[in-house]
Design a protein around this ligand. Structure first.
Ligand SMILES: Cc1cc2nc3c(=O)[nH]c(=O)nc-3n(C[C@H](O)[C@H](O)[C@H](O)COP(=O)(O)OP(=O)(O)OC[C@H]3O[C@@H](n4cnc5c(N)ncnc54)[C@H](O)[C@@H]3O)c2cc1C
Ligand code: FES
Length: 339
């Protein structure tokens, strides 16, 4: 595959997709173009564009980010497209999508895989150089024998020694997670391209921090909480950490938060389960996590900065409760949906 030049119609913006580049979206982001995106995984549809001229290879034709109407109108997903020739494409770039750190591709060696819950493990990888990312961002991981990269959010904070940590939930029958949990051994390497995502910690915000996680959404929320504790601009800022699971065996995060200074005072943890039953094992909060957030923080929700991560239905329910019902400005809600 040769290098291809891609121009955005009606603008002076162009970028090069080099021989190693996996897709148009990452080529654009690496070149500093504000290409709208969210999941990098074919699920959300944010990276839609139209091809004006040139030839494109589609990487995942069935990607759910496009519906029938999009397909009929000739729309494509930049995260599932690779240029085969020089191209002209149509979309509206926006400065808010310009990455603050340029993503890099590197090999990382698995150094440990420890149990977190019955279906979640913490995977720690060692990279050759410093781990540069913003708390809350994610990496694209390419596993041997698995088509397409998967997004995983870091649970740790940027660090000099080059450690990248991820909390990953095994998806029954899932291709990448089966490979990671069953086949990748300590000492083996995977390919990482990172960092991506814009739901990162905003130290310039004057508001108290609320982290809301469902399932493996715990990973970036731990990174946000850890990053907030380390950032002198956020010294003393309260952190409210909400975690939703279906049953008691899904609940995690307390031990990690307890290890941070200020747990129980500055940092408060609110776990909840959503499935009925389990009376003997669980005497804590019950309900969907967006209901718990509203119950605990009351109706003055506009005074907080919200970070959320987890399955799309959970993220939508929280966003709707905050933005529609309680009129929290959309600029105070930062989220990643885990497609
Ligand atoms: C921004 C973001 C952050 C995430 N962070 C985490 C995290 O920290 N921890 C965690 O456990 N999970 C996370 N996920 C979910 C994760 O990326 C995977 O979807 C999940 O691990 C299931 O992968 P699987 O291959 O096992 O399952 P599968 O069912 O085999 O695949 C699921 C996903 O892989 C992608 N996919 C499937 N087929 C293809 C293909 N042919 N080409 C390209 N892509 C394909 C799609 O996005 C699909 O939803 C995140 C997702 C996103 C979008
Ligand atoms: S960024 Fe391409 S579909 Fe989500």
């Amino acid at each position: 595959m040769r290098s291809c030049e891609v121009r955005i119609a009606g603008t002076d913006t162009k970028f090069v997709q080099d021989e190693q580049e996996v897709c148009l979206l990452r080529a654009a982001l690496r070149a500093g173009v504000g290409f709208p995106y969210e999941c990098n995984s074919g699920g959300c549809g944010t990276c839609k564009y139209e091809l004006v001229q040139g030839e494109i290879e589609t990487l995942w034709a069935e990607a759910p980010g496009l519906n029938e109407r999009d397909r009929k109108r000739g729309r494509r997903l930049a995260c599932q497209s690779r240029a085969k020739t020089d191209c002209v494409i149509r979309l509206r770039p926006s400065p808010e999508y310009v990455l603050k750190l340029t993503p890099r591709r590197f090999e990382a060696r698995l150094i440990s895989a420890d149990r977190v819950t019955h279906d979640m493990r913490e995977f720690r990888f060692q990279a050759p150089d410093a781990a540069q990312f913003l708390p809350g961002q994610y990496a694209m991981m390419l596993l041997p024998g698995v088509r397409g990269a998967r997004a995983y959010s870091m649970s740790n904070v940027p660090n000099g020694p080059g450690e990248w940590c991820f909390y990953i939930r095994r998806v029954p029958g899932g291709k990448a997670t089966s490979r990671l949990f069953d086949d990748v051994r300590v000492g083996e390497t995977v390919l990482i391209d990172a960092p991506f995502g814009y739901a990162f910690l905003k130290p310039e915000s004057p508001r108290a921090i609320v982290c809301i996680a469902g399932g493996s959404g715990i990973s970036p929320m731990l990174s946000i909480a850890r990053g907030a504790v380390l950032d002198p601009r956020l010294a003393g800022r309260p952190i409210f950490f909400f975690y939703g699971g279906r049953t008691p065996r899904d609940i995690c995060g307390e031990a990690e938060l307890k290890a941070l200074p200020g747990f129980g005072e500055r940092i408060r943890y609110f776990p909840a389960i959503s499935m009925p039953g389990h009376e003997s094992e669980w005497q804590g909060r019950r309900g969907l996590i967006h209901e718990i957030v509203e119950q605990e923080l009351g109706n003055a929700l506009s005074q907080y900065e919200f970070y959320l991560a987890g399955p799309p239905p959970m993220a939508e329910a929280v966003r709707e409760m905050l933005a529609m019902k309680n009129r929290v400005p959309i600029g105070q809600i930062h989220y990643d949906r885990f497609f």
